[in-house]
Design a protein around this ligand. Structure first.
Ligand code: BES
Ligand code: MN
Length: 443
């Protein structure tokens, strides 16, 4: 029975690949400062894809001036469950270091390169391909929601659910925005880290003064900020913010050598933190300084800088309450600012971590789908990234089963230059999801 699914998805795969290429050509960057019209354009293109595979009530869902989400539905046959398929159609800014045009998809050695090929336009086209393969005879209800502001932190999440949440009710929610542990190895993601961030501003004086006349008596803001930032880790590089939750993870087969090559670190670079690599990646807090506002070197003058700001990001272990973590970070920054400088902490993102309940009907159905598509049983992995919608869905639909899937792999370089997707993994992912929906409709 499933041979037919395999051959249908495979014969339709040229169309799926074209869908992906067409979406990648739209630079739907949701970050501020980028043209929001491109996100609208990608929402419209995705809506056309949903219509073309027979979805009903297809439209853009908006709240205020937020980037639009896309919705489509196929009502459930009587007695059948409803599955909500999630992906996001916005992408990260391209950033530097690409070896070719980020928004011009190109194939090399079975991988498709371009911003969003993996994160997360692969999820969008996987949902489309599933419906195309089922060709109108869908044994379950299907709803598709394609978010437009995930990469900028889902700022309108609560408003969105208040306005449109009722339409999204489902028995099983599939978030196709994670990835497989390795190419060829189907994986359920069973945990995500949470995230809080803030801007910390340090002020030492009301205006700049001559660095020769006054330097040596009063500190300037950049040194003061640097010393504050340096207190966030101990000498071993372990997070020094007190009171944060942390745990251990199965080390799996990940070696330091492999991780070093994935991340392309310089030979001499040491690792920071303690514990197995997977624990540090998935179940320990991590602090990073993402950006600093300070005079540019080309604008430097011999003056003591009066004010400087840093954006500090804190990834949270599963189980960590984000408000408590933000409180701990704030307390740490306020109490470790040296030399009596003034400090202001302005909180930003708040994203809950997530821990999956395995063992539901969706989990079984997708396990079977993975087996059919990859010829082997899936494994369970954690992930260090965050997806704001996950905890929001779980709070809005407490009885729904939530699954985290996706066809990125260890070579995908989400958020980095030369992001890519293994096309064979995408084909298998489409097979797996199609099989899973049939399983759910017949169980
Ligand atoms: N797809 C990622 C999350 C992810 C990364 C899942 C790696 C599994 C493995 C998602 O698009 C993302 O990058 N999320 C942001 C959320 C933030 C903007 C609130 C993140 O984690 O930085
Ligand atoms: Mn993503």
């Amino acid at each position: 029975m499933y041979e037919e699914i395999v051959s249908t998805v495979t014969s339709q795969f040229a169309a799926t690949r074209t869908d992906l290429e067409d979406l990648v050509r739209i630079p739907s960057v949701s970050a501020p400062e980028y043209d929001p019209a491109e996100v609208v354009r990608s929402a419209e293109a995705a809506a056309h894809l949903l219509e073309a595979v027979g979805m009903q009530d297809v439209g853009l869902l908006r709240v205020g001036d937020a980037h639009p989400a896309v919705f489509g539905e196929i009502p459930a046959p009587p007695g059948a469950p409803t599955v909500l398929l999630y992906a996001h159609h916005d992408v990260q800014p391209p950033g530097d270091g690409w070896t070719a045009e980020p928004f011009e998809p190109r194939e090399q050695d079975g991988r498709l390169y371009g911003r969003g090929t993996s994160d997360d336009k692969s999820g969008v086209v996987m949902h489309v391909a599933t419906l195309r393969a089922l060709d109108g005879t869908v044994p379950v209800g299907v709803k598709v929601i394609l978010e437009g502001e995930e990469e900028s932190g889902s700022a309108h999440l609560d408003e969105f659910l208040a306005s449109h949440g009722a339409a999204l009710a489902a028995d099983v929610i599939v978030i196709a925005d994670s990835g497989n542990w390795r190419t060829g190895l189907p994986s359920f993601t069973t945990s995500l880290r949470g995230l809080v961030d803030c801007v910390v501003e340090v002020r030492t004086k009301q205006h700049a003064v001559h660095s020769g006349m006054y330097g040596g008596v009063f500190p300037e803001a950049l040194t003061t900020l640097s010393r504050l930032i340096a207190t966030l880790h101990d000498d071993r590089g372990k997070v020094a913010v007190a009171g944060l939750v942390g745990g251990d993870a199965d080390p799996l087969d990940l070696t330091e050598e492999e991780l070093r090559s994935q991340v392309a670190v310089h030979d001499t670079l040491e690792t920071i933190g303690t514990g197995t690599l997977t624990s540090r990646l998935w179940r320990q807090p991590a602090v990073s300084v993402l950006a600093i506002d300070a005079p540019r070197i080309s604008d430097a003058v011999n003056a003591l800088v009066p004010v400087a700001r840093a954006k500090v990001s804190l990834r949270l272990a599963p189980g960590q309450d984000p408000d408590e973590a933000m409180g701990a970070l704030r307390e740490h920054l306020e109490s470790n600012t040296p030399w009596g400088a003034q400090v202001t902490v302005t909180p930003g993102s708040v994203v809950h971590s997530f821990e999956l309940d395995t063992g539901g009907p969706g989990y079984s159905a997708f396990s079977e789908g993975f087996r059919q598509a990859w010829g082997r049983a899936p494994i369970e992995v954690g992930q260090g990234g965050s997806i704001p919608f996950v905890a929001a869905f779980s709070a809005a639909f407490p009885t729904a089963e939530i699954l985290l899937t996706g066809v990125g792999d260890e070579k995908s370089r989400a958020h980095g230059p030369d992001e890519s997707l293994d096309l064979e993994e995408l084909r298998r992912g489409c097979i797996a999801q199609t099989v899973a929906l049939i399983e759910l409709g017949t169980s």
